[in-house]
Design a protein. Sequence first.
Length: 580
Amino acid sequence: ARRQAHRRIAATAAEPGRSWQLALAATGPDENLASNLESLATTALDRGAPATAAAALERSAWLTSDPDLVTSRTLAAARASNVAGHPERTRGLLDGLLPTIDDPALRAEIQLLRGSAIMQAGNPNEACVMLEAEAKAIEGTDPGRAAALLCQACVALMEPGPLERVARIADRALALAPEGSKTIPAMITAEVMVARGQHAEARLVLDEVEPSLAGWDPVAPGHEILALDGLCRLWLGDHEMARTRLIELVNAGRAAGAESIMAAPLAILATLYLRMGDLERAADCAEEASEIAATGLGIFGLTFVLTAEAMVAAHRGDEPMCRLVAGRMLKVGDQMNVTVLLASAEQALGLLCLGHADSEGAADHLHRALEHAHEHGTIDPGFFFTQADLVEALARAGRPEEAAVVLEELERGAMLTGSSWSRAAVERCRGLLGPADELDQRLKAALEFHKDPSMPFEAARTRLAIGERMRRARRRSDARTELAAARDAFESMGAASWAARAGRELAASGGNAEADADDLTPRERDVCDLVAAGATNREVASKLFLSTRTVEHHLRVAYRKLGVRSRSELAARRHSGPTG
């Protein structure tokens, strides 16, 4: 009865609906219909609809009798499904296809895609084992494909770790890859170098492969390599290069309708904007990435997305959101043994506690974050910022001896990497633990390192930390200067808990704890204007192309700055005179 209904619909439908309805009504192979569906799938891919293409190709394969065409159409359906972010469906298609394949080269190609799907479905260690075994089976006869399989194994293992194992696999891949095909193993090697603190060596490798990455397909299997390039540039402090690469990836994914591919670069962009002090853009990127993740996303993208959400909330002082997301990270990290996810969750919670002046709570979380980072094999102190944050937590908690041990690790990492942020962090921490007569020297050196690349949030934290020590050293006037600068910087970025903490310290030093009432950011001013005119949060979100959650955040910050508690008070305040 269903088939008859589909035939009746097809009789009155135009293409492409006609062919699709006839395909659903078919009872067996029909090459004409199969070919039509394959053409429809090509059109769907061109229009950025990979999920539609995958469904059409799968049905096309079912309607096909020629074994070679069945294989090619099923493989094409699996590729489209993987791009659409449906790894379980991808694996199902490939699991059914694999027993029919005798050609080693084709089998390797299928296993490469299958490994990507297994990883994205949340089983990175299973993917790595399978890919290594397949590579070993063909490395003697087809070293190029073996290298490709090993590279995918590295991608699968990058987040669970340990990095020593990733490095060994990457070395094998680089040795097997023929000339002209060394870009991916070289990129993975650079990624490991960065995380292990070998910044100068990593930058040389990245600069060498950069020309070949320019022609890389951003929506094909292996797109993760481009995201890793952006992430490496972020860690190295090449912020503009990272931003350009990541925006290109997002735009390409948007154009292709490949939302799952956009999630990781959007989340990495959020992290980049946090480092650049643009918490508003960071929140927007994290939220879009989260919306994509809600539709289904593999572990590679999910780790970045959850980390971005948690860290944005920690910077803003949004405790409910930070604890909610970090709780999910800890659960997923424990289930899949993803050490990066566990470290990131504890790091976000530690930063949240620091912003709320909970030093003991921060120390507990940050100790765990550092343990997970060690297990993963990361050495670069700028990877998570854990050592510097832990020194601050321990110093504030009155545990200077423990802080000094962590500072030694931070200093070793800074010496190894030579990064500006790490050197600034060392100066800040020496200011927290060293003699009071060195505070000016430490402050000046740290702020100089914070300039390139510019990291306003971290610079404000340095001013806050040194300002607190100046106040306790009874240098109240100097303390007020630094604390006021820190408070104003945090306020302008929307870092509410940090601004409040700086304000309390400023008040204790005899300064004005409140920010100027008119000190609204342009986005906060836009939100207030619309709300004062009677718009709902949903209407404001629509007009300003924001999420309602972002609008609510801007409104909370504006209420605090303006000293109002309701929409009616805000309207009265706005109508009584300008607010900036």
